[in-house]
Design a protein around this ligand. Structure first.
Ligand SMILES: [Zn+2]
Length: 1008
């Protein structure tokens, strides 16, 4: 019936009873299912309809007329739903079928829109979404031009993106990203297009902005700083894509070097340039970086390959890397290999096509054939790891462990991302030493010796024996620094104690190296020059002295330890450069007067000392003192013999060193003041050698160096009193610096027992004129300045001879890359720190381990382990590794033999190299890389890029090598450029130096 002017859409309704029953049934049976549509209907109209069908009178006045939802709308222009409408008060909800029936029977008033609403599945409930999210949409390029659109909370962000593309006619090929902006104008990236409106908390009133990537690879919102000739040239610069520097952000050359190698890896770069990564960004991988590393990397690569930039500032990328790997935070120097490893892992997880990793139990081979186990391992790997990184860089090696006890063999196949190959370590090293013969007239001779790297001091002596015929046990080896013995080595000490830069002296001795209790004693002899004036200011009772010349080591019989004997021995030993005394020289009276004066002071000090002696202090003192420091190369040169306690003979010596050490050990804070108060002894002899002293972690470090101030005198005396008591007689006045009873004869020099630094007198001869020596005793030969000038020939003393061995140049060793790969596959025994748990023995075992290459990736990264850290040494190996630029053939290294012709060939060409120059802690990274488009090699040094010739590439700086399998290498698509040798290729001639540094021309823009 169309009595009320029904339209075409209305059909003849059935009888009232039928209407009532059909609608009731549909309402009753309908469940809320997510995604279903329900319809809002004005409650008054619905009540009217119910009354109409209930009365059963088709002509009654209760006839409802056309469906009219007008009361639900705010106005009839926008058809916005009124706010805060309530179900069953303002409206009822009808399932879609019921709605369609009513609509067909009654039609709709005034072309009102149907109020279709979806059922959404919210975390706690399923319900019809009455109010959808209504947002503004616009493009970043024109924020004024917005359109309004409604989305369900269940809609995916992807739907919004598609809606904007349609509304603003953005082509599918242009790369875009979405932002949502709050009413407070804070913005947030909508990274994951698969999340729903509800997930990302997009709500009504917010704006969704679409940003479209610039042609130069930048984003309008986070335009990284770009180096350019000028702002105007930005668009006109057309360099070769990929030939683009990376600005150093402060010690970031390690990162730039690794990035250049990756950027010049064709399959990876094409993957990013073709936007294939967009579909594979993995936002949910807990092992990944929520896609952020992949996006940041994509940004850098797109800019580098846009051909519009001379250099890119990878600041955003660096921030992201630091964000996800705290070890790369800050700007200290790092290892390009560590960064590469992190980056390959981060990119892999960010782009992992496996969204949910299943647990896979790894099976041991258990005797199954390699082929079967390897295929199983690779399948399992792909079930959890599947990405462009796996496609490009992952290979498989076989690892075989054998238990040394039960001989259980365990075989596994493990994927790898790069090969870390060891460098053959030379077992020998070259040492240059000065040999000092017993012959007093012979000048020292400098030898170049080949010694075993892991050898001992004795091996050095043996090497010298071949040149000198002196038995090795008649040599003493010492490290000399600043006119004193920095260290005197025992024959069994490791040669690793000796650094290449050390000045090593080897002294011929008249007898074998001395044991404790030997009939001979070893004298370490220093030359000192007295200053003209006594140093009263310090409160010390000695002359100021300074060391000069070369020290000597002599072994002498204990029976010849009187002052006169020694004087004669020394005079004889110095014959070559010390002239005999003129007979006319006479005894100087003033010196005697001084001696008496000294004795008075000594007595005063002794009296004080006795009052405060503390026997308990002795051991602590020795502990904290020099003997403890022998372990450390940089520390005091005092040797163990010192701890015998025999050396200390006199209480009146200055003793700064040991007293200060004790004080430091006890109270670090006061030691600082002590440093400040030192006024004495301008000599350069000792402390400055302690390169570790700034560490200040150890209380007694660097102690030997510091002259003491007055406050310490008391402690010194106390301590020296101890020494004296230990070695002479208890409870007697220790023997002071008393001259022998006879009147001093005229002498060229005087003799003092001193500490190992030569700074402190330890006493002189006993009453009878003989010394009480321990097996190693330090002696100073003290010269009056006038006497030294007259009798000591400084020029002659410094002379030495170069042995012919010095003329043989030190050869740089060259090893083949193939040797390194062989080493990688050599059987090794696991180290104690890293044992293997044997399932048969049920305990950890030091198994033997062998690695074999099974299958290789398209791009093979070889890491040359130049940084060698062992328990015993840390060094950077500068061995030249000879690596081929073309045709590196792995067929001999692959365990899996090529069975059929489908298997890829295994010859590789070099595509890039990361270089490291410098030593362990400092250094600079650069890279060589071959441009995939024009085939030209370039040298990348931060922001500077220059042409490179192939013969330049192989150096001892090569650290990471990137090889690509030959069958995957594509011919250059553009002709190679004509290299200009004078100009960096990424800089145009007009550029100013400032531009090169990236200072003045960096345009800083807003970043995200
Ligand atoms: Zn076992």
């Amino acid at each position: 019936m169309a009595a009320n002017g029904g339209t075409d859409s209305a059909t003849e309704p059935p009888g009232l009873e039928t209407q009532r029953r059909e609608i009731e049934n549909l309402n009753r049976n309908q469940q809320l299912r997510a995604g279903d549509s329900w319809y809002l209907l004005d409650k008054r109209w619905y009540d009217q309809w119910k009354e109409y069908v209930d009365t059963g009178d088709q002509n009654s006045s209760s006839y409802p007329g056309k469906i009219d939802n007008a009361e639900l709308f705010e106005d009839l222009d926008s058809y916005h739903l009124k706010e805060r409408l309530a179900e069953n008060e303002d409206f009822v909800l009808l399932p879609a079928e019921a709605w369609r029936k009513l609509l067909s029977w009654y039609d709709m008033m005034d072309d009102q829109p149907a109020l279709e609403r979806k059922v959404i599945d919210l975390p706690s409930t399923v319900k019809v979404e009455i109010y959808p999210v209504e947002v503004q949409l616009c493009l970043f390029s024109n924020l004024e031009n917005t359109v309004t659109a409604q989305f369900s909370r269940a809609d995916k962000i992807h739907a919004i993106q598609q809606h904007i593309r349609q509304q603003f006619m953005v082509s599918e090929s242009s790369e875009c990203r979405l932002w949502m902006r709050n009413t407070d104008t804070s913005s947030e990236r909508l990274r994951n297009l698969n999340m729903t409106v509800l997930d990302v908390c997009l709500s009504s009133g917010m704006t969704v902005i679409m940003e479209i990537r610039n042609a130069d690879g930048t984003w309008p919102t986070s335009r990284p700083q770009i180096m350019r000739n000028s702002a105007e040239d930005q668009d006109s610069y057309r360099g070769s894509p990929g030939v683009c520097g990376l600005t150093n952000l402060g010690n970031t050359c390690f990162m730039n070097s690794a990035l250049q190698c990756l950027s010049n890896t064709p399959p990876l770069t094409e993957y990013f340039l073709k936007n294939l990564y967009l579909d594979e960004l993995n936002f949910s991988n807990p092992l990944g970086m929520k896609g952020e590393i992949a996006e940041a990397y994509a940004d850098v690569v797109k800019q580098m390959w846009s051909g519009r930039h001379f250099s890119v500032v990878p600041r955003v990328f660096k921030t992201k890397v630091g964000h996800f790997a705290s070890q790369f935070l800050g700007y200290q120097q790092h290892d390009s290999q560590e960064l590469l490893s992190f980056l390959l892992d981060g990119l892999h997880e960010d782009l992992n096509r496996v969204k949910k990793k299943e647990y896979i139990e790894l099976r041991d081979a258990d005797g199954r054939p390699d082929q079967e186990v390897a295929e199983e391992a690779w399948r399992n790997h792909l079930r959890r790891n599947d990405s462009v990184i796996v496609d490009t860089f992952h290979g498989l090696f076989k690892s075989t462990l054998v238990c040394p006890e039960c001989h259980k063999v365990s075989v596994t196949f493990d994927p790898f991302c790069y090969l870390s190959v060891p460098l053959p370590v030379s077992k020998e090293r070259v040492l240059e030493v000065f040999y000092v013969s017993l012959d007093p007239m012979a000048k020292p001779t400098q030898y170049r010796l080949i010694v075993p790297k892991a050898g001992r001091i004795f091996d050095l002596c043996s090497a010298l024996t071949q040149a000198t015929d002196v038995p090795p046990n008649q040599m003493a080896v010492a490290d000399v620094f600043n006119h004193r013995f920095y260290r005197i080595f025992r024959p069994d000490e490791s040669l690793s104690c000796i650094l290449d830069r050390d000045d090593i002296f080897v002294y011929e001795l008249s007898s074998g190296f001395l044991d404790q209790g030997s009939e001979e004693v070893l004298l370490a002899i220093y030359m000192r020059e007295r200053s003209h004036y006594r140093d009263y200011g310090s409160g010390s009772n000695s002359y100021g002295t300074s060391l000069f010349g070369h020290p000597l080591l002599m072994s002498i019989p204990r029976t010849r330890c009187t002052r006169d004997d020694l004087y004669e021995l020394f005079r004889e030993r110095l014959t070559r450069y010390v002239r005999p005394l003129d007979p006319s020289e006479e005894v100087e009276e003033e010196e005697e007067a001084e001696d008496e004066e000294e004795e008075e002071e000594e007595e005063l000090y002794t009296a004080q000392t006795n009052g405060v002696r503390d026997d308990e202090g002795e051991d602590d003192l020795e502990e904290a003192g020099p003997s403890k420091k022998v372990e450390e190369k940089q520390e005091s040169a005092q040797t163990e013999e010192h701890s015998s306690g025999q050396l200390e003979a006199s209480p009146n010596s200055e003793g700064e060193e040991r007293a200060e050490e004790e004080e430091r050990a006890e109270e670090e804070s006061s030691s600082e003041q002590d440093r400040g108060s030192s006024t004495e002894e301008g000599q350069s002899a000792c402390g400055s050698t302690d390169t570790n002293s700034q560490d200040a972690t150890d209380g007694d470090q660097g102690a030997g160096a510091e002259p003491s101030g007055k406050e310490e005198e008391e402690e010194e005396e106390e301590e020296d009193g101890e020494g004296a008591a230990a070695c002479i007689k208890p409870n007697t006045r220790p023997v002071g610096r008393r001259r022998c009873t006879e009147k001093p004869k005229k002498a060229l020099f005087t003799i003092q027992m001193v500490n190992s630094n030569g700074t402190t007198e330890r006493g002189t001869a006993d009453v009878d004129g003989s010394f009480s020596f321990s097996s190693l005793t330090y002696i100073a030969i003290d010269w009056d300045p006038d006497m030294k000038k007259k009798y000591y020939n400084e020029n002659e003393a410094e002379k030495y001879i170069k042995h012919p061995s010095m003329d043989i140049p030190h050869q740089q060793t060259i090893v083949q890359l193939q040797e390194c790969i062989e080493l990688f596959t050599t059987v090794e025994t696991l180290e104690e720190e890293n044992p293997w748990y044997c399932p048969m023995c049920k305990k950890h075992q030091l198994a033997t381990k062998k690695l074999d290459l099974w299958s290789l990736p398209e791009v093979l990264i070889i890491h040359l382990k130049r940084f060698s850290y062992t328990k015993y040494s840390r060094e950077k190996l500068d061995t030249v590794v000879d690596f081929p630029l073309r045709g590196l053939d792995f067929s001999d290294f692959l365990l899996k033999k090529t069975v059929n012709s489908d298997d890829p060939p295994c010859t590789y060409d070099l595509i890039s190299v990361s270089n490291h120059y410098g030593g362990l802690r400092d250094g600079h990274y650069t890279s060589y890389a071959r441009n995939k488009d024009n085939g030209q090699w370039y040298y990348f040094d931060d922001s500077k890029v220059t042409y490179a010739r192939e013969e330049q590439i192989m150096t001892n700086a090569a650290y990471l090598l990137f090889y690509q399998r030959q069958d995957k290498i594509r011919q250059p698509s553009v002709p190679p450029p004509v290299p200009s040798t004078t100009q960096p290729v990424n800089h145009i001639t007009a550029q100013t130096p400032d531009d090169v540094d990236g200072n003045s021309s960096c345009v800083s823009m807003e970043t995200d």
